[in-house]
Design a binder for this molecule. Sequence first.
Ligand SMILES: [Zn+2]
Length: 206
Amino acid sequence: MHSNASIFQYMIVENSRITLIDAGLPLFSRSLIRALSRIDHRATLSLILITHADGDHYGAAKRMAKIYQCPIAASATEAAAIASGTMSRELKPQKPLDLLLFKIFLPVFTASATPVDRYLEPGQTLPILDGLQVLDSAGHTPGHLSFYQPERRILFAGDSIIKRRNTPSPAYGPNCWNEQRAIDAFERQMALKPLHICGGHTYFRN
Ligand SMILES: [Zn+2]
């Protein structure tokens, strides 16, 4: 796990391949490169999986993909937003303070247009960690994906699982696309009884 200011990136290292799950803000590329250089030198970054099109999740992907010549993968819905440097949903400010906060944190939600090389679909199993399942976890954003390793029960949940009162909770609030879908996605994932919940801004071990 690689963490910068409560924004988590995950690296799966397998023999010569490294898979990065979410890339963090654009300015994180330097520390990611440093972290990668400390890993076994035979291993190189070979794939970047993006859970959703918020800048704090794909911001550094463009630079990393260019340096390591590796593909970026996301759902088609999120890929369309990532490729145009926009959000995959509208923010819904409910209070004047929300508007102000969105202005201040806009760089968190957007990043420069980043081409996505592969589209992922829920139900697919990726050849990572002996089978990494692609799960539909739409709610926080419309095409949000999670990644799950069923034997080891490791769940990479992006922002579909957050920390609230110190317990795993569904996404909600003005930056949530659909709160009911977010609750459904949360419950589907918790029903898997993951041992490790690797979230975009939190980590839980059961
Ligand atoms: Zn986030």
